[in-house]
Design a binder for this molecule. Sequence first.
Ligand SMILES: Nc1nc2c(ncn2[C@@H]2O[C@H](COP(=O)(O)OP(=O)(O)OP(=O)(O)O)[C@@H](O)[C@H]2O)c(=O)[nH]1
Ligand SMILES: [Mg+2]
Length: 354
Amino acid sequence: MIKIGLVGLPKSGKTTIFNAVTGSEAEISDYYSGATKPNLATVEVVDERLDYLAEIYNPHKKIFATIEYIDFIGIHHDEIKREIFSGELLSIIRMVNALGLVIRGFYVPGSPAQPEQDIETLETEFLFSDLAICEKKVDTLGKQFTKGGKNPDTEKELKLFKKCYDCLSENKMLKTLEFTTYEEKILRGFQFLTLKPMFIILNVDEDNFGKNQQLKDRLSDKYKIVEIAGKFEMELHQLEEAEALEFMEEYNIKESAVNKLTRISYDTLGLISFFTLGKDEVRAWTLKKGETALDAAAEVHTDLARGFIRAERFTYDDFKECGSEKALKASGKFHLEGKEYVVQDGDIICIRHN
Ligand SMILES: Nc1nc2c(ncn2[C@@H]2O[C@H](COP(=O)(O)OP(=O)(O)OP(=O)(O)O)[C@@H](O)[C@H]2O)c(=O)[nH]1
Ligand SMILES: [Mg+2]
């Protein structure tokens, strides 16, 4: 399952956005809450294609893909350690596929919004946090290297962490570097924040919604951005759907917060959906662009990957056009694919296995 971490400066509206997106009722507060545990909730990825397939196949269950959102506490670094996340939070942030940076775009008396400055502050915190880890690593590896002879693995690691340290010292995120497969494997064990894909959630008041195009343009080289009227959309959960839609229309909000976040998460991570059909369940699954039929099999079940013979495949669009599997086969739109086939968004797949 895809996990998205909501991070940001204190009181930027992370929990409000979390509630707006997941329909949760986590506590919102004006004061330092002292909370240390993040809020977690899972939401279904709405997909009309799955609805259509379920209508045709009438399965016992219709299972959407899901995204888990994790609402972290506000980032204010530990002056001494400089690391933002430690202890339990560290193990949670490590699991996150991407970070949604919640940036305050709404006015607070005495403190006008300063989104670009806040983004810079966050970036600096991420850089410093990673830098502190690299610094420690360079230090201990350096000592090991001088003490324990010339172990080639230690030497390679030392070189790698020095490279990272230099990069961060120049105010550049680690994702701007290129790494070998060996290096990637070593780095995977760390929770480097500047290696994570990131996007921006601009949290605005409903009156200001849709009026931030210039800001978006300035930031667009660096980040994908989504604008959400957090408080307003959180409050819509109290209303009946028709009434909520009316309010959204009034403020020209054309898409719900949850759909917008799903889309930006999929875009940022380069994700696609494929489907499986059956009497028991019709289900949507998530893959990364470029992943193969074998990866799809593994996503469904490790046994399917192990015993993979062929993937039967057709596309959702062809299916909709032909109306049935039979008609699809007759028009030559039913394919057999090997392990290496690169799965496309909207593929409907059945794995033959032994
Ligand atoms: N006007 C306005 N206020 C908002 C909006 N979003 C959040 N707030 C207010 O900002 C304050 C903090 O909101 P939270 O959602 O608790 O912010 P947070 O980032 O989770 O805060 P911490 O977890 O304590 O860092 C509350 O008073 C919210 O009502 C918004 O879109 N507009
Ligand atoms: Mg919060």
